[in-house]
Structures are given as C-alpha cells and as structure tokens.
Write a protein that binds this ligand. Structure first.
Ligand SMILES: [Cu+2]
Length: 121
C-alpha cells in the first residue's frame, strides 16, 4: 500500500515536470525551436502577462481578460489590430501575417503596454 502511494507520487511528479517543461518551452521568448503556434497573454491586474511575446508569423496570439473590468488590445499604429472592448473573461486573437514588431496598448488604460516580436527563426 505504501509502495503504491510512492509510485503514484513519483508518476505525478514526473508528469508535472513534463508539463512545466512544455509550458516554459512555449512561453519563453528567447532561444529554442518554435513549433507552438498558440501563444497566450493574460490581462491581469491591468498588465499584459507576459508583456513581451516572440512568435512566428501565422501563429496565433490570444489575450484573455482575467480582470473584472474591460480592457482592449490596440496596436500603437492603430492599424494592425484593435480588439474593441474585451469584457471580463473574454478573449481576443490576432494572427500576424508578416514579420515585424507590434507595440500595443490598452485603449482604456494607455499606460498598459506590450510588445509582439514576429520573427522567423
Ligand atoms: Cu485596460
């Protein structure tokens, strides 16, 4: 019985380290292969988390509003993307079509800023 419990904990710990590894792999902006086409940014406590994303063109970036107030996601050039209001719990996705740097902000809270690096590597 004790042995079973030990095995269960060992398996669980192994699974968790794999999960943590794959998460950090898709979320880090530097180094490593980029095969993950789905990137996520949380809008939480009025910050973009993470504030910097590095992604391939044609990959998809999705923002989720974790706050209770609405936010928006607007590129600083006002052309590339503009989410309109994202209500609490809502999401907005953007798929860049070319390489480049997109600086963006929240239209309702202009001091809340983020950057997307769209690169091929
Ligand atoms: Cu906002």
């Amino acid at each position: 019985m004790k042995k079973m419990k030990f095995i269960a904990i060992t398996v669980l710990a192994g699974l968790m380290s794999v999960m943590i590894y794959s998460c950090s792999k898709s979320d880090t902006s530097g180094g490593g292969g980029n095969t993950n086409t789905d990137h996520k940014v949380n809008i939480q406590a009025s910050i973009f988390d993470p504030a910097t994303i590095t992604m391939l063109p044609s990959a998809r970036l999705t923002w989720t509003n974790m706050d209770t107030q609405p936010h928006t996601v607007v590129s600083d050039d006002l052309i590339s993307f503009n989410s309109g209001n994202i209500n609490a719990g809502g999401t907005y996705s953007f798929t860049p079509t070319a390489t480049g740097i997109h600086e963006y902000h929240c239209g309702l809270h202009p001091t809340v800023k983020g950057t997307i690096y769209v690169v091929i590597r």
